[in-house]
Design a protein around this ligand. Structure first.
Ligand code: V47
Ligand code: SF4
Length: 383
């Protein structure tokens, strides 16, 4: 229920729009950030979330491969990468090491591998196409979500291919979908200050558009809570909403909270939990054409991810199994991000939501609403 008594007329109008299923404008989005209480945006976001998904809260069983943290770029917020000149301080996985990581999951019912890393000048398109073919030869049904638009842009330029040619080649080699990373903040006046040298907004959007035209789905992120202003966040989401109107290829929007440990922006304070929840809620209200909103728990911490389920979020990513370092290196409280299925299910149930295991494209695999937690502890199939 949304109560509107005591609200100013402009906020009342937004509530009326949301109740009628109408799209809000940029100005209204900005007003929500600037003027609305957390309780108000939360109730609107929750109304939309429950209209779309009821109590269902999705997660998947996944693991990451981070091929390298050596990177030709130098984003100021990144705690993870090492420049090529300092590559002895970083890691570079060989083909065999990466295939061994996949083989470690033989017999374990994971459905997705997420491949993401630094942009290494020697790991080129052919190398990654080969990796994809080898993963698929070993485990054809495993969904490969791989390579941010930043990694793809660099690979395609080096291989002298356009986006369509490069994506087609990788898709044929086994790439199923594209993660949402590298978007940061699209507005050039902020992008130039935090990640000046990598693909710009237009380039990021073109890659996702080309992927959607090839029938591949993708996600979109936004790095928030640093030097950007609210209007930059709205600008970012507007560009995504416009592309989604055309292609309908985005599955999920993932706001990523800036973490400030050990990077060149360590002097910038991190956002408060109120700001974080507001970010999720406004995203749920503004991005009316995005089916899903994800809280990525390794970055936000599991308790805050749980809280976000009351602020529009209907997905908390997956088991991860301690296979990512991006956030632990940036200061997340999740130093060894790994959750069993039982832990994820219990986290969702504590928030009085309905845990549903999904695949990457949101096909439902199992609804855990009626599964007894005691049975989960003793049945390895459910863990
Ligand atoms: O683009 C790097 C972010 C992203 C920091 O598609 C940081 O399902 C906060 O995109 N503080 C890569 N964020 C990770 C990513 C992702 C993660 C989970 C799921 C999906 C998906 C995509 O990590 C980068 C950047 O925005 N990042 N450093 C930092 N200090
Ligand atoms: Fe490289 Fe990505 Fe880190 Fe930027 S965020 S320096 S592109 S690894």
């Amino acid at each position: 229920m949304i109560t509107t008594s005591g609200l100013s007329n402009d906020l009342k109008q937004i509530a009326e729009k949301v109740k009628a299923g109408k799209r809000i404008t940029d100005e209204e989005g900005l007003l929500l950030f600037e003027k609305a209480s957390l309780a108000f945006v939360g109730s609107l976001a929750n109304y939309i979330r429950e209209k779309l998904h009821g109590n269902k809260t999705y997660f998947n069983r996944n693991f990451h491969i981070e091929p390298t943290n050596v990177c030709v770029f130098s984003c100021n917020f990144c705690s993870y990468s090492r420049l090529y000149a300092h590559r002895d301080e970083g890691w570079e996985l060989s083909m065999d090491q990466m295939l061994d990581m996949v083989k470690k999951y033989d017999g374990i019912p994971v459905t997705e591998v997420h491949i993401v890393g630094g942009v290494h000048p020697k790991m080129n398109l052919e190398f990654f196409a080969d990796l994809l073919r080898k993963i698929k030869a070993h485990r054809p049904e495993l969904h490969i979500k791989g390579f941010t638009a930043v990694e793809l842009d660099y690979m395609f330029h080096k291989a002298k291919l356009n986006n369509e040619e490069g994506l087609k080649l990788l898709h044929e080699a086994g790439l199923d979908s594209i993660p949402g990373g590298g978007a940061e903040i699209f507005a050039p006046e902020i992008r130039e200050k935090i990640s000046a040298d990598k693909v710009d907004a237009a380039g990021w959007l073109k890659i996702h558009e080309a992927a959607h035209h090839l029938g591949m789905h993708s996600n979109a992120t936004m790095l928030y809570g640093h030097i950007e202003k609210y209007h930059h966040r709205i600008d970012h989401m507007r560009r995504l909403r416009e592309l989604q109107d055309i292609t309908k290829g985005f599955n999920t929007f993932i706001p990523l909270k800036f973490r400030n440990k050990d990077n060149d922006m360590s002097n910038v304070p991190e956002s408060t939990i109120i700001e974080d929840m507001k970010m999720y809620a406004v995203a749920r209200i503004y991005l009316d054409n995005f089916p899903h909103l994800k809280a990525y728990w390794p970055m936000l911490g599991r308790q805050n991810a749980q809280l976000s389920l009351s602020f529009g979020v209907n997905d908390i990513d997956g088991t991860i199994d301690d296979t990512t370092k991006i956030y632990s290196m940036a200061g997340s409280e999740e130093q060894n991000p790994s959750m069993t299925t039982a832990e994820l299910v219990s986290l969702i149930k504590q928030a009085k939501r309905e845990p549903v295991e999904r695949d990457t494209l949101y096909k439902e695999i199992k609804n855990y609403a009626e599964v007894d937690m005691k049975e989960m502890e003793v049945n390895p199939e459910l863990n």
